[in-house]
Design a protein around this ligand. Structure first.
Ligand SMILES: *Cc1c(COP(=O)(O)O)cnc(C)c1O
Length: 454
């Protein structure tokens, strides 16, 4: 069947159609930082796939059944039933979003000086590891370094390196696998890799958790790419992945297809007791953990819908289709296409802009100016090392732009518009200017910095 969205649209939200003059003014007022733009000035918003998905009619209906009792709400038990069926973990806590689960777990589990080892820690995950005085160590596999290779599981961890680290001398407090690997181009992790991690961590007595924000998208790619999994449903694959680990943290703003929500779940009853105390002190009672009954109901329904093969197929095909369209207009992206986002190779498209003038950021600015498209840089502005005045000391390994695709929000024609806009830019890339920082906050600079073209 040709690519088509497996749903029709029941409620619409008009999108702002603006002129280039309007966008030039808006971007200058935003200090050339897309995080400072008002959404009312954005035509196609690809800044994040987090909390930006469209609810289904069944989710909205479930929301109306939300039980808002302070403790023991029916909605919690519905949520628990779905999460238990999916993960098999007996101890589970709702939290308001993924980073709350990270903070609680790491406070209960990690000791100062211990290592947390991952295929790649997501940025909030790394921050929460460091906040408890532990050290975050990323061990991506060698294939991840080649942006152009079509290797199917570039999200895997380097097993030899993991084995070495587990053998000491440093104490490893946790191994956490991010599925799919958001920090590493949205690439999937194979079941073979997860099985090996489970075996190694069991041998060394180290807890093994999943950062499962995109568990369904990872499962879909396993059914498509890993030998032996073609006949499994995505739900079965996801259940097998959870079964390999001792627990998970998850931002349910991604594969929960809700606007707010997260999950912390585990097998160890003693660890669960410690987590519960922190949960009650900082998030809420164990049957709501920072969410309303309405949220819990919509999540329970979203966690069922997200493993529907028709939905996952169409979502993966959308992203692959956009990857082909932009390749046709001469723009490279990280290969093979994942599901939740495409990562444009801005360094290659704009060779006249040195890393110190932020080619990824420059391309993101141009996409906004040319078409009102908002996306985020993942290059030297975000990941490079800067001095106090904002001059680059060490560049990032790659100069990328992430185009995240919200769930069930944009249609094929919106994606074609994005590709056409990129095509216009790619006709005369040499006209795209670089950028210089004019205001550099000490912390989380990409959210608050201001720049100017140069
Ligand atoms: C989004 C995300 C998080 C953090 O979750 P929030 O809900 O934004 O707090 C953690 N890990 C991964 C892989 C994510 O994508």
């Amino acid at each position: 069947m040709p690519l088509m969205e497996p749903y029709r649209i029941k409620a619409v939200e008009p999108i702002p159609i603006t002129t280039r003059e309007h966008r030039e003014r808006a971007l200058a007022a935003a200090g050339y930082n897309p995080f400072n733009l008002s959404a009312a000035d954005v035509t196609i918003d690809l800044l994040s796939d987090s909390g930006t998905g469209a609810l289904s009619a069944d989710q909205q209906a479930a929301g109306l059944r939300g039980d808002e009792s302070y403790a023991g709400a029916r909605s919690f038990f519905r949520f628990r039933e779905v999460v238990e069926e999916l993960t098999g973990y007996p101890h589970l806590f709702p939290v308001h979003q993924g980073r709350a689960a990270e903070r609680i777990l790491f406070n209960a589990l990690l000791k100062p000086g211990q290592l947390s080892v991952s295929n790649t820690h997501f940025d909030t995950t790394r921050a929460n590891v460091e906040l408890v005085g532990a050290v975050a160590l990323d061990l991506p596999c060698a294939e991840a370094k080649d942006l152009d290779s079509y290797s199917p599981f570039k999200g895997d961890i380097d097993l030899e390196a993991l084995q070495r680290v587990l053998s000491g001398p440093d104490e490893v407090g946790l191994v956490i696998m991010t599925i799919t690997n958001n920090g590493g181009g949205g690439q999937p992790v194979s079941m073979a890799n997860l099985e090996a991690v489970a075996r190694l961590t069991r041998e060394h007595g180290v807890p093994f958790f999943l950062d499962a924000a995109r568990f369904a998208e990872n499962a879909w790619l396993v059914t498509q790419r890993e030998p032996g999994y073609a006949d499994r449903t995505p739900r079965q694959v996801a259940q097998e992945a959870f079964a390999l680990a001792d627990g998970c943290v998850a931002s349910l703003k991604k594969d929960g297809i809700v606007h707010m929500g997260g999950l912390l779940a585990m097998r160890d009853p003693e660890l669960a007791k410690r987590c519960e105390l922190l949960l009650i002190a900082t998030e809420g009672f164990r049957t709501y953990g920072g969410l309303s009954g309405r949220d819990l109901e919509m999540l329970a329904q979203g966690l069922v819908e997200v493993t529907d093969p028709a939905y996952l197929r169409s979502r993966a095909e959308q992203t692959a289709y956009l990857a082909e369209l932009i390749a046709d207009v001469g723009v490279d992206s990280v290969r093979p296409a994942g599901v939740h986002a495409l990562y444009l190779n801005a360094g290659r498209l704009l060779p006249h802009i040195p890393p110190s003038r932020f080619p990824g950021h420059a391309l993101a600015q141009e996409m906004y100016l040319a078409g009102g498209i908002r996306c985020a840089e993942l290059g030297s502005l975000y990941l490079g090392e800067l001095d106090e005045s904002g001059e680059l000391i060490t560049p990032a390994p790659y100069e990328l732009v992430r185009m995240a695709i919200p769930r069930r929000v944009y249609t094929k024609s919106h994606l074609e518009y994005v590709a056409e806009t990129l095509g216009e830019i790619a006709k005369r890339p040499e006209r795209v200017p670089g950028y210089r920082l004019v205001e550099v906050p000490a912390l989380l600079r990409h959210f608050n910095c201001r720049l100017e073209p140069c």
